[in-house]
Design a protein around this ligand. Structure first.
Ligand code: NAP
Length: 497
């Protein structure tokens, strides 16, 4: 369980979890800690160190030095260590899952899945890195007009340096390793700032990398509130790249960060378009899974349903029938709907619900809330003047907008400032392709709910949903830069065959 057995060294004498620097677990000199509130009990569950700027400076220096020798470590050796970390993550899945249940109220089974999926991601990354980083390009000069064959150009991928990784609360382990593993295989060092809710799960994950035996200073983990230590980290001169996943904070970071590569995975308002010829049973299952899994706290959750009026009644009835079957309660009981992460999140969701009520949305269920626990709610007849039509509730509340043409659905989707994913349900593949092309989103799923995985698929958001593309291969490439060496020959050289 959290902070016991091999994880006991993470806890200081006051019961606070330590931060990780230069291969050691340390207590911050600030003497301050940050409380992590259990979303279910709403009582303090854990506490983590509030790191100081001096501590950040020190570990950044160490990260810079460690990276230089790591880049000289053969690729197959880097991969070997990542495979060890992957195995340790899986071995300690129960302890990691225990933290996820208590810190972010993730249903017990999903919490274990997150730890296992993270191990798989690290292994895949090691394998993919060995393949793609071992390859380069060879160009010759005479393919460009005016040149003889006198220049041979060799390209290879080299690391960026120190990568700052900032994941969000909803997948604090998986979205941390999706940054850590590509960074390390590509020869970078990593400084991780985990979300406050989810920090202890992330510290347990970091300990698995520690146990795998990575060099001192290569991996560091700074804890503390993002609002206090965040700017210092993101504007730190030693940072060579920021990989961030979260909400609008990412937009602010991108304005402040210097001339360094950014990978931003931000919010979404994923639309689900249902055509008249759709398989409504399939659509309803996907809407419920996509809209209500982990209580709607997923970047790729279905966040608005746009259904053709002629099939809307039938679809809403099918979705309603499934929503009543969702279990509601504590994550320990593996309920479908568990408390949302904080009281302020619950208040925000309630604000959207009340706005929709005032403006005349149809409530398919009675609105019910106890503490952070909000019962699943489907809102029918939502109109564009309601906040819920555009804003991301990040909770178990799903709006349905009835449309009279496909164009209306596409227009609503494209009028959003987000552009993460979308989905379309139809039996007509030709229409599906046309709609996919017309939707201004990073991905469109045909006949399935939006989803981030499998983790090797490219994953990107347009507009306010992000910068760059993730997915294992893209992340490895993003965390490298191209280096070329040109061999100049005194005379043209041609192979005769
Ligand atoms: P958030 O409030 O933006 O926080 C994300 C991370 O940023 C946390 O680690 C947070 O630390 C840190 N942070 C806060 N202020 C900072 C600052 N000034 N500088 C640097 N870091 C700072 O997001 P969240 O509530 O954790 O996550 C929910 C959001 O993430 C939703 O909008 C969701 O759509 C999005 N999301 C997107 C994806 C994607 O791939 N597109 C995936 C998952 C989630 P603290 O916790 O200490 O504040």
């Amino acid at each position: 369980m959290a902070g016991t057995a091999v994880f006991a060294e993470l806890v200081d004498e006051d019961g606070a979890f330590k931060y990780y620097s230069y291969g050691e677990w340390k207590k911050s000199s600030s003497g301050k800690s940050v409380a992590i509130i259990n979303p279910t009990t709403r009582q303090p569950q854990f506490k983590v160190q509030a790191c100081t700027q001096q501590e950040v400076d020190k570990l950044m220096d160490e990260a810079k030095t460690a990276q230089k020798s790591w880049a000289k470590t053969p690729l197959w050796k880097r991969a070997e260590l990542l495979h060890k970390a992957a195995a340790l993550l899986k071995e300690h899945k129960v302890a990691i899952a225990d933290c996820l249940v208590k810190e972010i109220a993730k249903p017990a089974k999903d919490a274990v899945t997150e730890a296992v999926r993270s191990g798989d991601l690290v292994s895949y990354c090691a394998e993919e890195g060995v393949r793609i980083l071992g390859e380069g390009k060879f160009l010759v000069s005479d393919s460009f007009p005016g040149n003889e064959r006198t220049k041979y150009c060799l390209t290879s991928k080299i690391p960026l340096g120190v990568i700052l990784a900032i994941p969000p609360f909803n997948y604090p382990v998986n979205l941390a390793v999706s940054k850590i593993a590509p960074a390390l295989i590509a020869g970078n060092s990593i400084v991780l700032k985990p979300p406050t809710q989810g920090a202890v799960a992330a510290l347990h994950m970091v300990h698995c990398f520690h146990l795998a035996g990575f060099p001192k200073g290569l991996i560091s983990c700074v804890s503390g509130k993002g609002s206090e230590i965040g700017d210092f980290l993101t504007m730190h001169p030693i940072v060579n790249c920021i990989s961030f996943t979260g909400g609008d904070t990412g937009i602010a970071i991108s304005k402040k960060a210097g001339m360094i590569p950014l990978q931003m995975e931000l919010g979404g308002k994923d639309a689900c378009i249902i055509l008249e010829d759709a398989d409504l049973d399939l659509a309803a299952s996907n809407i419920v899974k996509g809209g209500f899994s982990y209580s709607g706290q997923r970047c790729t959750a279905v966040k608005v349903v746009l259904v053709m009026e002629s099939v809307a009644n039938a679809l809403v009835d099918k979705v309603k029938a499934k929503v009543v079957k969702l279990t509601v309660g504590p994550p320990e009981d593996d309920c479908d709907i568990t408390p949302v992460v904080t009281e302020s999140s619950a208040n925000f969701i309630e604000g959207l619900v009340m706005d929709a009520k005032q403006k005349g949305a149809t409530f398919c269920q009675e609105y019910r809330r106890e503490g952070n626990l909000i019962w699943p709610l489907l809102l029918d007849n939502v109109r564009p003047d309601m906040r819920i039509a555009w804003e991301e509730p990040f909770g178990p509340v799903l709006p349905v907008i009835r449309i009279t043409s496909v164009e209306e659905g596409i227009h609503h989707c494209n009028a959003s400032n987000f552009g993460l994913q979308g989905c379309v349900f139809t039996r007509d593949i030709n229409k599906a392709i046309l709609i996919s092309d017309a939707m201004e989103t990073g991905t469109v799923q045909i006949n399935s709910a939006p989803a981030r995985g499998p983790d090797h698929f490219p994953f990107q958001g347009l507009k306010d949903s992000g910068i760059g593309s993730q997915g294992i291969t893209n992340s490895i490439n993003m965390m490298t830069k191209i280096k070329t060496t040109v061999i100049n020959l005194p005379t043209p050289s041609y192979t005769m065959g």
